[in-house]
Design a protein around this ligand. Structure first.
Ligand code: FAD
Length: 313
């Protein structure tokens, strides 16, 4: 089997679930070799080995942290050459890297895949487009660059190797144009990451701008908090918590939609959740079509009562 590069997403020494999904998919079409940008590959490699990484390449060039995507594109272009496919998680930064990398290598590019397998010419992918209303099966030549949406598949463990190889790459002057002047890490919320959480409680315009009850219920359940675009556009909740077509795609075990009407663009980001609970005071709200459990009522009454029940359980 030939090699396939998997770019690792990690924070605070912990590999993120999207990377385990990439490794699971990569094993279907090749031998996954993981790429860690930074210097904590030794910590991450055993976690990656548990999902079938055959070895880990560490790229610790200081330019990686100093400039925007340019140095990462240089590094991946050198490591992948012309004949190794590259898989990345679908984040805004990775999609920029993927586009630039595909142009650099003159290779095919597929973004936001939700599945992949061995194809006739290389790797066959499935994309979910137009708010999940269309499914596109596509191949992009023998050695494409592919980004995969988080929560597309359940990661499966497999025996691998935690061998780490420090690699030095040549970073061009052209890659060192967009320098990071300052970056600020958002204070931790203490809640699970939205894209990876097993339970998500989301609030919409029906909150009236008060997310306290949504947050309290989420905390009682150990859940992440999400928001509809109406809530985000109103300035009630930060954009990085938006669920939907132009926000994050989530696929938790349980999704609670409180005060959200169920517009197609919101559904696009949550309709693959395993179980959906709806709280809405309008019995005709379209979101009830998706509900496994629907509660017609005022969220300002229902959520505090549910929070108390969970706390007492
Ligand atoms: P509304 O549609 O106003 O619904 C509010 C709901 O709250 C109603 O059903 C109402 O009955 C209920 N309610 C009111 N008060 C209470 C109460 N006290 N208790 C319980 N229920 C109550 N939207 C997204 O969410 N994510 C996206 O990524 C996204 N991307 C978009 C991209 C494009 C190109 C476009 C055009 C739109 C996009 N939208 C997106 C917007 C989307 O079309 C809807 O406008 C939005 O989802 C509506 O948010 P909402 O359900 O919170 O608000």
């Amino acid at each position: 089997m030939s090699e396939i590069l998997v770019v690792v997403e990690a924070a605070d020494g912990t590999v993120g679930k999207p990377t385990f999904e990439l490794l699971t998919l990569a094993r279907r079409v090749g031998e996954p070799v993981t790429v860690v940008f930074g210097s904590d590959a030794a910590t991450l490699a055993p976690q990656l080995a548990a999902y079938g990484a055959t070895r880990t390449l560490q790229v610790a060039d200081p330019a990686i942290g100093e400039y925007l995507v340019g140095p990462k594109v240089d590094a991946l272009a050198e490591l992948a050459g012309d004949d190794i496919p590259v898989l990345l998680a679908s984040t805004p930064e990775n999609k920029e890297i993927a586009g630039r990398l595909a142009v650099r290598r003159d290779s095919g590019l597929i973004t936001d895949a939700v599945d992949l397998n061995a194809g006739e010419d290389g790797i066959a992918t499935t994309q979910s487009v137009f708010a999940g209303n269309w499914t596109v099966d596509a191949e992009a030549g023998p050695n494409p660059v592919i980004t995969v949406k988080a929560n597309s598949i359940a990661p499966e463990q497999a025996a691998g190797s935690d061998a780490v190889e420090e690699v030095s790459v040549t970073i061009s002057d052209a890659a060192k144009t967009a320098r990071i002047v300052s970056s600020e890490e958002k204070p931790p919320t203490g809640r699970p990451e939205l894209g990876e959480a097993a339970i998500v409680v989301s609030g919409g315009r029906g909150t009236g701008g008060n997310f306290e009850e949504v947050e309290a219920f989420a905390d009682a359940l150990g859940a992440a908090v999400g928001a509809s675009r109406a809530a985000v556009d109103s300035g009630w909740y930060p954009h990085n918590f938006q669920v939907g077509q132009t926000g994050k795609t989530v696929s938790p075990q349980l999704y609670v939609a409180a005060g959200i009407s169920g517009a197609i663009q919101h559904r696009a980001g949550m309709q693959t959740s395993k179980a959906i609970v709806v709280v809405n005071k309008d019995p005709d709200a379209p979101i009830f079509e998706l509900a496994d459990l629907g509660i017609v009522g005022d969220l300002h009454t229902v959520l505090p009562a549910a929070t108390e029940q969970v706390k007492q359980a």
